[in-house]
Design a protein around this ligand. Sequence first.
Ligand SMILES: C[S@@+](CC[C@H](N)C(=O)[O-])C[C@H]1O[C@@H](n2cnc3c(N)ncnc32)[C@H](O)[C@@H]1O
Length: 274
Amino acid sequence: MDDRSGSSEVTRLNPGVAHNARVWNYWLGGKDHYPADREVGERVFGMFPNIVHVARADRAFLGRVVNHLAGQAGVRQFLDIGTGLPTVDNTHEVAQRLAPESRIVYVDNDPLVLVHARALLTSTPEGATDYIDADARDTATILREAAGTLDFDRPVAVMLLGILNFILDTDEAAAIVRGLMDAVPSGSYLALTHPTLELGGEANVEAMRFWNEHATPPITARTGEEIARFFDGLEILDPGLVSCSLWRPEVPALREVGGLPAQISQYGALARKP
Ligand SMILES: C[S@@+](CC[C@H](N)C(=O)[O-])C[C@H]1O[C@@H](n2cnc3c(N)ncnc32)[C@H](O)[C@@H]1O
């Protein structure tokens, strides 16, 4: 990408060091990345080629989950934390296609996501979108600012897709989930995806070690058992905590034709707050 930012923005953008939001965009086939991001993206791909399937299956999961929430479940409010760079079918586009009055708040702490946030703020006139530049650990700020757009007396779908893996301490990650889910009423939802070394992800050990030496922020994988803890107190919907590619796939017979392995090493689930 071109860099036409001012010097202080360039410092925060830190183009010489690979950043997760930009490398994720590279694996998704986007165009918002720097040479350092492409180099690390390629090296990780060389060690763990399935990373591209992981990124794409995760986005496809997002689409199916939001379709279910905005459709059958009737949810009209979404808090999408760890949004990533704008891509095809962002949360508000999927939700507002079914329910134009949907209100969506995006949160990320990557400076380039902030630069591109305008593309996330293209709401329908009936609905609303907002963007908060904040760290997921700062749930107090997120909840306070999100309350300008979302009504916390009505159900909210909290979306934590591919982000808790950047909160290295499992207790801290669980506390973030608890803080968010305590703030939303009964009938709210938690959608979550998380990388694992299970489900065929064993080859990711080396790639994650390389990532942690050369890119930011540092990442961790978790077991299915550890990830299941994040859903404590919630009712996990069918089919449970599974490879996110196997979560209610729309066209099962075509999965492999599309080049996507049936199972990928990214757990995903959707749960309802009773
Ligand atoms: C793997 S991407 C996932 C993007 C999107 N949710 C998806 O599923 O396609 C993770 C995103 O989380 C953001 N992120 C990582 N750590 C974060 C933190 N502590 N607070 C807020 N955002 C964070 C990154 O900047 C990146 O955009």
